[in-house]
Design a protein around this ligand. Structure first.
Ligand SMILES: [Ca+2]
Ligand SMILES: [Ca+2]
Length: 282
């Protein structure tokens, strides 16, 4: 059995070996080895990410169930336009809970950083969640949230690689994801019926639609005039280009005092060697 040693680690090892055998040059080598180890790209620096969601829809219009999301490697695909919805996305679209979506995501991409942000998000409301993300391991963002009132409407990304929020260097590449009314999906799993819809009826009732996932926001007008669970009378007020939802991202470094002090120690080591050499030459 042989170990494959990456070039930088190998260089660091040779420098450490040199450090053990030669006094002054060795000290320089040890300091350089320390720096090389720190610069080796074996670990992505984790970052703090604040995810903020905002309901931009017109007042007394649509609201949203909690946003289910995950920073991920780009392999979890919960639905496809033109195909029948499966249990994971139905658990978001018909009930808002994501009770099958989250486990399916975890099974498909075990190292994804998943979360849920907000409760019932009414027009004008915002909610935030801060979490730690590895930007190189999980550069993509996937999300899903039920639109209410509806029987099976939701927002979400069809392609798992649609939103790459971190670039190859681990820097934030997208400040926000904006959704318009024309981005709203009908899961095609439950037939339109305000009396059986979340927010205006008995959400426990349902009539199978046996359709496929498709874009659909115009059907929301069918809820106009209905009293909602939040007490207001619903008016859709949506055109295709009406802004309805924004997910924004802010990233900041996670402090790593241990690494910082190692770099400082290495630099101080180099300075000490330089002073010793100057002293010997004098
Ligand atoms: Ca898809
Ligand atoms: Ca439907």
């Amino acid at each position: 059995m042989s170990l494959v040693i990456p070039p930088l680690a190998s260089a660091a090892r040779r420098l450490r070996a040199a450090a053990a055998s030669a006094p002054f040059a060795g000290a320089t080598a040890a300091a350089l080895a320390g720096l090389l180890c720190l610069s080796a790209p074996s670990h992505a620096a984790p970052v703090h990410v604040t995810v903020t969601v905002e309901n931009l829809a017109p007042a007394n219009g649509i609201a949203f169930a909690p946003l289910h999301f995950g920073f991920n490697s780009g392999v979890f695909d919960a639905f496809n336009v033109g195909a029948a919805a499966t249990e994971p996305i139905i658990s978001v679209a018909e009930g808002g809970s994501g009770s099958a979506w989250q486990p399916a995501f975890a099974a498909a991409d075990p190292t994804a950083t998943r979360g849920t942000v907000g409760g019932l998000l009414l027009a004008g409301a915002t909610a935030t969640l801060k979490l730690v993300v590895d930007p190189l391991l999980n550069p993509f963002f996937t999300f899903a949230s039920m639109v209410v009132p509806s029987n099976d409407f939701f927002i979400g990304n069809d392609s798992p690689t649609r939103y790459r929020v971190f670039d190859a260097a681990g820097n934030l590449a997208i400040g926000a994801i904006d959704q318009l009314a024309s981005d709203i999906w009908d899961a095609g799993s439950e037939a339109f019926d305000p009396d059986a819809a979340a927010f205006t009826g008995n959400n426990g009732l349902r009539t199978p639609q046996n359709g496929v996932v498709s874009f659909n926001f115009s059907e929301l007008e069918g809820f106009n005039g209905r009293s909602t669970g939040a007490g207001y009378v619903f008016t859709s007020g949506l055109q295709a280009d009406t802004a309805i939802y924004r997910i924004s991202f802010e990233a900041s470094a996670v402090p790593e005092p241990g690494s910082a002090s190692l770099v400082l120690a290495s630099l101080l080591g180099l300075g000490w060697v330089a002073r010793r050499r100057k002293a010997s030459a004098a």
